[in-house]
Structure formats: C-alpha cells, structure tokens
Design a binder for this molecule. Sequence first.
Ligand SMILES: O=C1C[C@@](O)(C(=O)O)C[C@@H](O)[C@@H]1O
Length: 237
Amino acid sequence: MHHLFPESKPYPPYVIGAVTDWDTWLDLSDPAGMPPCNAVELRVDALPASIDCDTILNHWIWKPVLVTIRRQEEGAFRPIPDAERMDAACRLMSRASGLDWEIACMPQATELLKEAKNASVTIVASAHFFDRMPELDTFRRLEEQARNQGADVVKFAFRLRTLDEMMRGTEILSHATGPTAIMGMGPLGPTSRLLYAQLGSVLVYGYLGDNESAPGQWPAHLFQNALLNLEAFRTPE
Ligand SMILES: O=C1C[C@@](O)(C(=O)O)C[C@@H](O)[C@@H]1O
C-alpha cells in the first residue's frame, strides 16, 4: 500500500478532505472529479451503520485514503464498539494509505498497528479536546507515548478560546520530535489552521461535501487555494 507521504516530504502540508457522507464518497469514485485535497479522510463513524466494509471497499476511490473510525469519547458521529472498530480498521487497511487511531487506544491495538506498519500504512495517532486547550505538558506526554507506540504522525485537535491558547499550539510545533499535525476548533479554528500550516503542521484538515467533520474547518478547496497562494509553499524552480 502507498504511504501517505510517498516522498517522505510532509512539507508543504497535505490538505486532508474529510468526508462524512456516503454521496460525497460515491462522487469521489469518479476519477474526473479531482477532489481539492492531497488525501481523503473517510469518517467511517459518520456513515450509516448499514454501509459495511464490503460496500465501502466496493466503492473505493482513486485518491489516497486516510481511514478514521472515531471512538465515541473523541467525537464519533455514532458509537461503534471497540472490537468492531478494530475489525473494520483491519479490513479497510487493505486499501487505505493511512489509519487514524486515538493515542488513548493505542495500547489495546498493538496487533492492528503492527499490521499497519507492515503494510506501510501511515499511522496518524490522534487526541481530541473538543472543549479545552490542554497545557503543553499534556501534549508532550501524549506525543512521547504515541511515538513510542509507532506513530508516523502525531495529531492534536483542540478547542481554542484565546490568543494565548493559539500561541500554545505554536509551541507544540516548535517542541515536536517528529511529524506533527495540529488544528484549532471553534471560532478561532480556521485562522489557527492556516497559521499552524505555515509553522509546520504536516496535515491541514478541511471538508469535502456540505458538512464539516469538526467545528473550525474550512472547505478543503479553500485551504488548497490558500496554500497554493502562499509564497512560502511554492516549490522553488
Ligand atoms: O481528528 C480529526 C481532525 C478534525 O477533528 C478537525 O478538527 O479537523 C476532523 C476529523 O475528521 C479528524 O478525524
């Protein structure tokens, strides 16, 4: 399988287009569609329970896919028991380029993560704070834990309320010990995403279709255009 960063070149950041509805996913199977992103995140937990892994695999798309089956405590659209999440991740990994797994659940998923590694599937190890911005120590501890357990990318999403909190995000990036993606949620989320992209966040999440997958995202095409228009991200001749 393809690694999410085929050239081991995470900068400029990859725009991830999050998909939360089946019709948008089906539209992506048209190769002429050209979704405005580098990779598509399929939020399996946002699809109706009637859409099983076989159906998803039968309608796979041509863009690199990051599979996410979010746990309830970190914002799932519908609750999925852990065993079922693990099973679905294992099946979908046969076609995926990346797998998002919560740092809190990594210790129970060592086999799954080992299989992802063996299949060169990028492991995005994540933690989400929908109502607060934790202290820097919390992020450092989570990052260390995630990297020790095989994370390729460590990803944090957090609710931002103040400029101080937004700046704390920049410290996460400056202290990072490997590829890191961070993003703010809430009213300051959109601004933070562009700022963090410029400061080295390796993934920028926007949405495809009509619905955000988290508060504070931009439509993916706006991110893509914005990044292409920033001189910092132009490839030197
Ligand atoms: O974890 C993340 C990041 C995210 O929560 C965001 O804030 O853009 C969006 C989710 O779809 C994704 O799984």
